[in-house]
Design a protein. Sequence first.
Length: 197
Amino acid sequence: MDPLDADLIAAINRYLLIRTPLEPANLCFVFGTRPGAEAFAEETARLWLGGHFEYCLISGGITPGGAEPEALMLRRMIIRQGVPGSVIMIEDRATNTGENVAFSLPILNREIGLHRIEKLIAVGKLCTSRRYLMTLQQHWPEVGKMLAPVNFHPVPPTRWMDHQELRDRILREWSKLEPYQQKGFITELQSETCHIL
């Protein structure tokens, strides 16, 4: 592996791999995945058992590598980890991050009422940390946003550059942010809806 420029590593750590403080929220918004699904279930259950949310929405359709929607697979895993099925809602058509949010909003409005959701915690891959919140900002600017990033690779987040798969994921993600913002897929975060550490 060729070494990365120290300034690039610092910029990625500062801008892409964001952290937010966690506090109790109305909703846990789980972005669908197949890689690392068990770790997603464990993190969602940890948040539930810690009293961090009232409701959970899992979003994810049929994607390469599986014959059933990601959301249904994750729901089973999350219930096995101790989260009651009665608090979980499903969005099972989305195949990208924008659709995750856009397709989920009508479900949330019908089941809870968007006006009743003041804060959410997003659960998603470490490498996509900032884009999850920027996608939520694009589609749902008024809600307070927190992030629980999941790292299912065998290195700590600060050593992402030492693991080839995680390094590749993060560098791909880094390259997406500017063009996605120019295309209007994502919006820069606002301090009033997201406090970044």
